[in-house]
Design a protein around this ligand. Structure first.
Ligand code: RNT
Ligand code: ZN
Length: 421
């Protein structure tokens, strides 16, 4: 098996070298890129609060009831271990505030502290994994008529401002403990199902709440905030307070990171095209890699144009080191570990494709006005032996090559997941 992989790789390497593309260098670059792997695919965004506090766990729309979802912190960690073992390279964990260690009790979202995340930090240290964080502004009784930070009610806003402050403190704790800056992602569901004359008011309130919430300066090597926009959601079809324009403005004004979720725009709008503009005004981006389908935004990432074009733009903009790649999808109709493996591996593969493009030659053609040649080369490279390079990368990283991970997942399902009833 490995000899076959190696032989194919060596042939592929030669082919790319003919175009001055050094696959060894490319793989070294790919290896520097850590994905921030979301904890919430393993349990359909349930988290660990409800068991303790009897809170409503709904909020984001997750459909399906495939057996085997993780039911507690130990099962989740076990599943994450499995998922990480199928993804080549070193990666991060993206944790939601609702996934704290509440075995000693759940104090409430406005009272959580590093105490509930110590065991995660310990876990991460033993696994050599760094952690990013997300405040949880959904699935809670204080989401009042669909609003949190942008609510017209003072107490509601105050509650969520406090939650955000707690989360920033926790993020800083995590970043400091692990010695790796923790990104604190902020997404709120606020919006309205139908027309409202209060858009300006809600957006003013959001701006004010964010100012208060992020008021404390925290060293950038510990944590940094990133703000995530959305076009619409289920139940907020007519109006979402945190729109793209809102957060683009907010991020620029406050020198913050901007999160672009691929599924949060019009279906025909290119998120790839936003990268170059955003980088003229913000230093860093967090991408939520996902797949939008029609009105829904959270399907398992496939190797489609949305994804490959985005990765190309990142490489072409020369900002790979300023892009943070987080995964964000949740599908409860399939084996959930399988979902992780497919989505994460496709993200890496798409980046690999972008790194293996003859970019310099394309620019050369372009500068000579040779546009047919530019397009022809681009099209030809779509079917160059990317797979052989990818397989070799997986082999060298000691993870299943090609579709071999299917059997690994089936085994895990048989031995572990199927017993969770
Ligand atoms: C929701 C946003 C957000 C969430 C996670 C769970 O539309 O994409 O990022 O998916 O916080
Ligand atoms: Zn997202």
């Amino acid at each position: 098996m490995s000899k076959k992989v190696l032989d194919s790789y060596l042939k592929a390497k030669e082919q790319y070298l003919e175009h001055d593309i050094d696959t060894e260098e490319v793989l070294k670059t790919l290896d520097t890129v850590s994905l921030s792997i979301h904890c919430w695919q393993a349990d359909d965004v349930t988290g660990f609060e409800s068991v303790q506090a009897g809170l409503d766990s709904s909020g984001l729309q997750v459909t399906g009831n495939y057996p085997g979802k993780s039911r507690n912190i130990d099962e989740l960690r076990m599943d994450l271990n499995k998922a990480f073992s199928l993804i080549p390279g070193d990666h991060r964990l993206s944790l939601h505030a609702s996934y704290g260690d509440f075995n000693m009790g759940f104090p409430g979202r406005d009272k959580i502290s590093p105490d509930q995340f110590e065991s995660w930090v310990e876990w991460a240290k033993t696994k050599n994994i760094n952690i990013d964080f997300n405040s949880t502004f959904f699935a809670h009784p204080n989401v009042k008529n669909g609003y949190t930070l942008a609510s017209k009610e003072n107490e509601i806003r105050s509650y969520w401002i406090e939650h955000g402050k707690r989360c920033r403190e926790i993020s800083a704790f995590i970043g400091k403990e692990l010695g790796s800056r923790c990104i604190h992602n902020i997404w709120i569901p606020d919006g309205s199902k139908d027309i409202t004359p209060s858009r300006y008011e809600h957006r003013s309130l959001l701006k004010d709440s964010l100012d208060k919430m992020c008021d404390e300066k925290i060293p950038a090597d510990q944590m940094t905030d990133s703000v995530e926009a959305k076009l619409f959601g289920i139940g907020s079809e007519a109006f979402v307070v945190g729109s793209h324009e809102f957060y683009m403005g907010y991020a620029i004004e406050n020198n913050m990171m901007l999160t672009l979720d691929i599924g949060h725009f019009h279906p025909t709008e290119s998120v790839a095209d936003k990268v170059s503009s955003a980088f003229l005004f913000v230093d860093e981006l967090l991408l939520h890699v996902t797949r939008g389908i029609r009105w829904d935004s959270d399907h398992i990432v496939t190797f489609n144009d949305q994804l490959t074009e985005l990765m190309q733009e990142i490489v072409w903009t020369g900002k790979l080191d300023k892009v943070n790649l987080g995964l964000d999808f949740f599908d409860a109709t399939v084996n959930r570990i399988g979902a992780y493996a497919i989505g994460a591996r496709n993200t890496q593969k798409a980046l690999l494709l972008a790194l293996l493009m003859p970019t310099n030659k394309m620019i050369e053609y372009e500068n000579m006005g040779k546009y047919f040649e530019r397009l022809a080369l681009f099209e030809e490279f779509k079917t160059k032996p990317l797979g052989a390079v990818w397989d070799y990368y997986c082999l060298s990283k000691n993870v299943p090559v090609g579709e071999k991970y299917i059997a690994e997942i089936q085994k895990y399902e048989k031995e572990i997941l199927s017993k969770r009833i």
